[in-house]
Design a protein around this ligand. Structure first.
Ligand code: FMN
Length: 303
């Protein structure tokens, strides 16, 4: 028997596989294919204080080994989430993480204060969305701004606070250190890499937003390197993601230093991806006579 539990600060996850924000909605649609009590956690679609319709279509495009999206934070707004989606999510028997993406420091603080009054298990502060004009990635590209916003949110809630980082920076470990020093309980990486697709005939960008975020297997090597870099720099847990499609991929992220992982694009290819990945991890660990998933974390033998 493998002990599948992992510890993220004060929070114990039943296993290290979390459904990544924006690829699992609030779990409602995914329920028909999964027993959601068996996955490690669900990170909600990115929330803003007020409802957002998101960007105009076309909002997704397939690429070699991945996809581009510019959804633009379509969501029902924090109040509707708290009233209608959160009670449903809390009934699923898994860890529920509210992913927030305020367009200003004040909006993030206000959302954290409201979520503090709920039974949500953790807040994931998204400082990395590439598809909106204000806030988000603008915060996540400056260590100084990360520190400012994380400190302010930290003071507004006693909930576990995870900070989601953008890969669209030169030195992601500096950003992770800024989040840690301001009181983050964990850092999550990577969000999508800024990219573009062009239709040669019309000479127009495929996405109406012109650019979008690249995800899926195409980004995995970049994500692995960043998780490895960050895990060497910070003492708080690292939650790794980017192109995880299999149990083998998930374990590679843990070996690079991640305590837990998130699975995004894979859910859009195969709605049972999270569950399948957990089962594969258990099979591999059993074959390797590993007794606890946590034994994989940070065990990379570099040359
Ligand atoms: C369609 C789509 C929507 C996304 N929406 C969000 C979001 O609202 N908030 C967020 O933090 N990340 C969002 N992401 C990023 C994912 O959570 C994840 O960080 C990224 O896709 C890398 O993981 P993957 O390669 O497994 O998809 C979105 C990704 C996709 C593909």
């Amino acid at each position: 028997m493998v002990n599948t539990h992992v510890q993220i600060g004060e929070l114990t996850l039943k296993n290290p596989v979390i459904a990544a924000s924006g690829t699992f909605g609030f779990g409602r649609e995914m329920q028909q294919w999964n027993n959601l009590s068996q996955i490690g956690g669900i990170s909600s679609k990115g929330l803003t204080l007020n409802p957002r319709l998101g960007n105009d279509p076309t909002r997704v495009a397939e690429t070699a080994s991945g996809m581009l999206n510019s959804v633009g934070l379509q969501n029902p707004g924090l109040q509707a989430f708290i009233e209608h989606e959160l009670p449903f999510m809390l009934g699923l028997g898994t860890t529920v993480i509210a992913n927030i993406a305020g367009h200003s420091l004040e909006e993030n603080v206000q959302m954290a204060m409201q979520l503090d009054q709920t039974a949500v298990h953790a807040i994931e502060l998204n400082l990395s969305c590439p598809n909106v004009n204000k806030g988000c990635m603008a915060f996540g590209s400056s260590a100084h701004l990360i520190q400012e916003v994380v400190r302010a949110v930290r003071q507004s809630t006693t909930k576990p606070l995870w900070v989601k980082l953008t890969p669209n920076v030169t030195a992601i470990s500096e950003m992770a250190l800024a989040a840690e020093s301001a009181g983050a309980d964990a850092v999550c990486l990577i969000n999508t890499l800024l990219g573009m697709a062009i239709d040669r005939r019309s000479r127009r960008p495929v996405l109406r937003n012109n650019t979008g975020g690249l995800s899926g297997p195409a980004v995995k090597p970049v994500a692995l390197r960043m998780v490895w870099d960050v895990a060497k720099s910070v003492s708080i847990p690292v939650i790794g993601m980017g192109g995880i499609m299999t149990g083998e991929d998930a374990l590679e992220f843990m070996i690079a230093g991640a305590t837990a992982v998130q699975v995004g694009t894979a859910n859009l290819v195969k709605p049972t991806a999270c569950q399948d990945i957990i089962n594969e991890m258990i099979m591999i660990a059993t074959a390797e006579k590993i007794t606890s998933f946590s034994q994989y974390t940070g065990t990379l033998k570099t040359w």
